[in-house]
Design a protein around this ligand. Sequence first.
Ligand code: GEK
Length: 244
Amino acid sequence: MARDTVYRTEDPGEPFRFNDEVAAVFPDMLRRSIPGYATSLEAIGSLAARYVRDGSNCYDLGCSLGAASLAMRQGIRAKGCRITAIDNAPAMIERCRSIVREECLRDPAASPVDVIEGDIREAGLTNASMVVLNYTLQFLPLAQRDAMIRRVFDGLNDGGLLVLSEKVVDPDPAMEALLVELHHEHKRRNEYSALEISRKRAALENVLIPETVDKHRDRLLRAGFSSAAVWLRYFNFVSIIAIR
Ligand code: GEK
């Protein structure tokens, strides 16, 4: 796995982008930066086994290199399903296609995966039993998030599942400061320097906009989801499951 050294060398002041340099080190970047990332993928596999129905569609929105799509693919027990993986970053999609192709050669019997370069805000979602937004909604402008979640709700069949993982902000400023500090400590343990951490933080400012858990829960319930619960929290990183 190529080592993430993007912010050892990057000019500070440039906003974060999902470009070729980032895509080349992305698995290492997420593994060292997002506490609970590997756990979120494991759960996506288990949830796919439970929730994906025969003849239905699964969507991985903001798929990056397709890790959640492949977790679903490995978990699905149902027959005649299709997985659609969508991302608007060409550097991600190019690599995702070759990773998915290799996995489909290794295990040809599992569900087919369509990898699509496109904007998730325009994706046509139909007959879905499972939709994954694994750390993606946080990159949409705040004003567009309600519409995105409604679009997901409309595309899901009754009983269908959304997995929504996000970086969040705590409403209590003292708690927020502590959680941010714990996250930075976690990154230092994972061998990011203080300079890399602060450069990355500045680059993500106004690019990744976190909300509170309550905001996410309210939005899901307003869209029509019958229930929503946090199943994972590690510092300021949460994963929520919501059922239509
Ligand atoms: C994983 N889910 O490994 N349309 C399509 N893609 C988008 C959009 C958009 N409007 N906005 C952002 N993206 C993955 C990890 S990464 C999380 C997801 C992170 C894409 C963007 O190009 C990037 O690939 C992804 O969302 C977010 O489970 O980097 O913290």
